[in-house]
Design a protein around this ligand. Structure first.
Ligand code: 3H9
Length: 658
């Protein structure tokens, strides 16, 4: 065994130097790995006992990319582009034996090899844009030379992950090996000896077909809203057809280094590590989650059927219950409809749809839930309805079964305390549409048992969602911050801004929709009902904006009624002078003189309102860390990921001031 560094070793088999990267958890290309790879390549190049080389990874990952933790520091030698260049230039054949994920720099290492073979389970991605950067070791120049410009734009500017089959079709891979990968790679390397080597960088990327290139570009940039990296990625990939390799590589490197130090990259790195931190819940480190394989769902409206679909997508069994057989079969039709949409979009095939439905049973009888491990209620958001339901469930379900409420605003502790076993109750707050939205707030009630909470987290992860654990408060993390955001947006109206000006400022900042467009989409009546409920206990000294009440009183409930903060004509959102007049009248009634409010002030005040509420949630112990709040707002409320979330923004502003 040859040790090239602490994380890279090798052995010579039949004249082939098999180089293995062993750097858990993801074989990231940290300085020690780069040093080891460099040394291994030199050893392979300089000694006559080696005729060819194979590069592979230990464990389930080939190479997880550059070490993201090193991004805050200046690049240290040997840098990855030099290693990649050495692989490609090697006179002796180099084969990449791809044993798992080949991501970012890992894909770039593979692209530089003279042949690529992979296990069927291998995956491939250039996910750099998700970190606010572009590939920095030749990815934007080599991938298009191998697979053409349109396909390279699709992969690099979207950061899309593909499996081995697709990689083979695209020509990223030369072969999929179902047997012994390393032995096969050694065989391939020997077979290449003495033959002309195919060097990716020497291939010609055709600048055609123009239409396909433009379509790929448009598609990628449509999703990129405000993000710099996808735009730069497209520019660089196009260069691959226009400029010689060294020029393209130089431009890529300069862009990579510039973006690596950008504010957007810092924000997206924060999001990456925030997601990993969220998975670690204090107090659950050594807790084994209670089993949750058979999932009961009560209520098959929009939310319940969405949750059921997400559970079926995750390969689990669903027992769905409605008030009677008729409602149950309507629920089944709704779930089938959601699966049909997945079928139409190509996400699943007909067999997959059928297989999912074979794991679904629907019933109008509550006793069908007797075998469920976890029961999620998604019924009407009313305390009496929910407590009554949970009490009935107590008599039906197994004693160790978990009961979860999907309430948005009610107090889950009040629901829990009415049951026989409050320790098995928790909140699982999904976001609509539940089969699409990634966020799930996992609510720890006062008496939730640790293995029940752990089961909630594990279940959400099983659904490939992002669980954020939080404590009990009205609206949990997301809706509480959203209420503060709403409040401040309403203050801005009274102070002088109009809905479309506020929306434009937030959309310019990076939100897909401004707050008033969102209110109209969601409907204004639920917030109105809440305000009416709270009216009796509201502090009269508290600033209260009654414009939304006037809108509701006028029957303007948002998009579904064709009128809300805007007027909806032929599906288009237009400014409504009637609303402007209502706002002006409300200001006049309070004797408020409107003033011109800049877009900068609008974003600054709305961001500050979110951060202030976030700080309150932290001090109350509702949220465990600021980054959890950022993730909630990004994944549930459209906060632009490339800004990092309200808490990250507030922290950066504080740093800049000091
Ligand atoms: C790049 O390559 C740039 C190049 O083009 C240019 C170079 C010049 N670095 O996600 P997990 C940590 S950009 C450092 O829970 P999984 C992670 O923080 C890079 N650390 O595991 C966590 O640590 P902890 C392009 C990393 O099995 C632990 O590993 N690459 C890195 O669910 C486990 O992570 C990417 O963007 C890293 N690259 O998923 C890939 N990756 O335990 C990013 C992970 O302390 N990574 N960690 O919390 C992933 O997508 C997933 O981690 C992966 C494994 C799919 C690999």
């Amino acid at each position: 065994m040859l040790a090239f560094s602490d994380t890279v070793r090798g052995r010579i088999v039949d004249g082939v130097l098999a180089i293995e990267i062993d750097h858990p958890p993801v074989n990231a290309l940290s300085i020690d790995v780069r040093a080891g790879l460099s040394a291994a390549l030199r050893r392979g190049r300089d000694t006559p006992d080696v005729d060819a080389m194979v590069i592979t990874g230990a464990g389930k990952i080939f190479i997880g990319g550059a070490d993201i933790r090193e991004f805050g520091q200046p690049p240290a030698e040997p840098i990855l582009p030099a290693i990649v260049a050495a692989i490609e230039a090697s006179a002796k054949p180099v084969v990449a034996a791809i044993n798992g994920a080949a991501l970012g720099g890992g894909l770039e290492v593979a692209l530089a090899a003279h042949r690529r073979i992979a296990m069927p389970s291998a995956t491939f991605a250039a996910p750099e844009v998700k970190l606010g950067i572009v590939p920095g070791a030749g990815g934007t120049q080599r991938l298009p030379r191998l697979i053409g410009i349109p396909a390279a734009i699709d992969l690099i500017a979207n950061g899309r992950t593909i499996g081995a089959e697709e990689a083979l079709k695209l020509d990223i891979l030369d072969r999929i090996e179902t047997g012994d990968l390393l032995a096969a790679a050694i065989g391939e390397a020997r077979a290449l000896m003495g033959k002309p080597l195919r060097r990716t960088g020497e291939c010609q990327a055709p600048a055609l077909p123009h239409e396909a290139i433009d379509t790929a570009e448009k598609k990628a940039l449509a999703r990129a809203r405000g993000q710099i990296a996808p735009r730069e990625a497209v520019r660089l990939v196009r260069l691959a057809a226009e400029r010689p390799l060294p020029e393209g590589l130089a431009e890529e490197r300069a862009t990579f280094l510039r973006l690596r130090d950008s504010e957007q990259a810092a924000a997206l790195r924060h999001v990456f590590f925030a997601e990993r931190a969220a998975a670690k819940v204090e107090g659950l480190e050594s807790v084994t989650p209670r089993d949750a394989r058979t999932i009961g769902i009560v209520g098959l409206g929009l939310m319940g059927s969405g949750i059921a679909t997400a559970v079926l997508d995750a390969g689990l069994t669903v027992i769905a219950v409605e008030q009677n057989e008729d409602a149950a079969s309507k629920g089944r039709v709704r779930i089938e409809g959601l699966l049909d949409r997945s079928l139409q979009s190509g996400r699943i095939d007909a067999a997959g749809r059928q297989e999912r439905l074979s794991r679904l049973s629907t019933s109008g009888d509550m006793t069908a839930l007797k075998d469920a491990d976890l029961i999620i209620e998604a019924v009407f958001d009313d305390l009496d309805v929910k407590t009554n339901l949970f009490q009935r469930l107590d008599d039906v379900v197994r004693p160790e079964a978990i009961l979860a409420t999907n309430t948005s605003y009610l107090d889950p502790d009040r629901i829990a305390t009415t049951t026989a076993r409050p320790e098995r109750v928790l909140g699982l707050h999904f976001f609509s549409p539940a089969n699409v939205m990634r966020l799930v707030e996992v609510v720890r009630c006062a008496r939730t048992a640790p293995d029940v909470l752990a089961a909630g987290v594990a279940f959400a992860k099983r659904l490939r969602k992002l669980p954020i654990v939080c404590g009990v408060t009205e609206g949990f993390i997301g809706n509480r911050i959203f209420s503060a955001y709403r409040r401040e947006a309403e203050f801005l109206l009274e102070d002088g801004a109009l809905p479309h000006q506020i929306d434009a400022a937030m959309e310019e900042y990076g939100f897909a929709m401004g707050p008033f467009a969102v209110f109209d989409l969601a409907g204004l009546e639920i917030a109105w009902a809440r305000r009416k409920r709270q009216a009796a206990t509201r502090d009269p000294k508290e600033r209260y904006v009654d414009i939304p009440d006037r809108l509701c009183e006028a029957g303007r409930f948002g998009q579904k009624t064709g009128r809300g903060w805007y007027l909806y004509q032929d599906g288009k959102r237009v400014i409504d002078p009637e609303v402007t007049a209502m706002i002006e009248a409300a200001r006049a009634a309070k004797g408020l003189a409107p003033r011109a409010i800049s877009a900068g002030e609008i974003t600054q005040r709305l961001l500050a309102a979110m951060a202030t509420e976030g700080t309150a949630l932290l001090s109350e112990g509702i949220a465990a860390r600021p980054s959890d709040i950022d993730l909630v707002m990004i994944n549930g409320y459209g906060f632009p990921a490339h800004k990092g979330g309200p808490m990250f923004v507030a922290e950066r502003m504080k740093e800049q001031r000091t």
